[in-house]
Design a protein around this ligand. Structure first.
Ligand code: G3H
Ligand code: 13P
Ligand code: ZN
Length: 329
């Protein structure tokens, strides 16, 4: 069985000291790239969708595309995760679609932009934990705020996670894994000046909490992809910077088990599509540029699976059903 709880996948990763990438998807080619890379490297994987992606696909299209990926890859543990859920209603919808894992981002209000209070965060997260655990579905919470802005999520301000508050939040809510803020942000422009991550905060958090830790805004924004985009008519500014792979690997050593990646996938696809359309202005069959974009994305994810040390762990354990997971809560 392939559909696996996020909790099982991440607890296995934490036990063995590797991390699992959670790759955002919006369409068929991205889903195919994620599972092809997982198959090629024999890696457990998390496919995740934002609320924006679900709305873009009318929910049902992504639901069935992801179900197809799972049906074809029964021997690989795959969690299907809602990224940055903003309300119990949306979480219920995702679970009805068949998701095995959800995030409730109560660090922000329902608009996905305004910072909330601790009390609000606990209240909404607890309501989601109660609903999801009764169905065997795992829950990611967030304490502290990640910066940056994308379609449906993004705070103007970063506020680093307070380790003591993180511990209290876990006790107050019962979440299965926790997103923390150590200076990363969403999108392609992560740092105004030099790259600055609070590894000391991560270490302090790791020393006092016992559940898997999640790093959002973890794309590397490879310079070669940015230059490829700009070489072929793009206009990304020189301020595009991400988290170097060495910093991601350091974060994994310090206890991060789930790494969220969206921007790098967007860059890999855009770089390929721009290049092909510029080099072959005669082409107009979407397969001529979406096929190579899918291959470029597969290769990017294969490299990440190797870098995060996820590769080779697909057969380490047998996936439990959500009914079995329900009994563990
Ligand atoms: O964390 C945000 C993800 O990258 C999703 O972005 O809301 O633009 O789909 P999106
Ligand atoms: P990036 O924008 O760095 O890819 O982060 C994605 C993310 O955190 C999704 O939740
Ligand atoms: Zn995020």
């Amino acid at each position: 069985m392939a559909l696996t709880s996020g909790k099982q996948i991440l607890e296995e990763a934490k036990k063995q000291g590797y991390a699992v990438g959670a790759y955002n998807v919006n369409n068929m080619e991205q889903i195919q790239a994620v599972v092809s890379a997982a198959r090629a490297t024999q890696s457990p994987v998390i496919i995740q969708t934002s609320i924006g992606a679900l709305k873009y696909s009318d929910c049902t299209y992504l639901e069935y595309l992801i179900k197809a990926a799972i049906a074809k890859n029964q021997d690989i543990p795959i969690a299907v995760h809602l990224d940055h859920g903003n309300s119990l209603d949306f979480v219920v919808r995702a679970i009805e679609l068949g998701f095995s894992s959800v995030m409730i981002d109560g660090s922000l209000m329902e608009d996905g932009k305004t910072a909330s209070t601790y009390e609000y965060n606990v209240r909404i997260t607890r309501s989601v934990v109660e609903y999801a655990h009764a169905r065997g579905v795992s829950v990611e919470g967030e304490i502290g705020t990640i910066g940056g802005s994308e379609d449906s999520v993004g705070s103007e301000k970063i506020s680093l996670t307070d380790p003591e508050e993180a511990k209290k939040f876990i006790d107050d809510t019962g979440v299965d894994f926790l997103a923390i803020a150590i200076g990363t942000s969403h999108g392609a422009y992560k740092f105004k000046g030099s790259i600055n991550l609070a590894f000391d905060v991560l270490e302090n958090i790791k020393n006092i909490i016992d559940i898997p830790i999640v790093l959002h805004g973890a794309s590397s924004v490879p310079v070669e992809l940015v230059s490829e985009i700009n070489k072929h008519g793009g206009k990304m500014s020189s301020g595009a910077t991400g988290i170097p792979t060495s910093s991601i690997q350091k974060a994994i050593k310090l206890g991060v088990s789930k790494i969220n990646v969206d921007t790098d996938s967007r860059l890999a696809i855009t770089a390929t599509v721009r290049r092909i359309l510029m080099e072959h202005p005669d082409k107009f069959d979407p397969r001529d540029y979406l096929g190579p974009a899918r291959t470029a994305l597969t290769n990017l994810i294969i490299t990440k699976m190797q870098d995060f040390k996820t590769a080779g762990h697909a057969k380490d354990y047998v996936s439990k059903s959500l009914d079995d997971m329900k009994k563990l809560y």
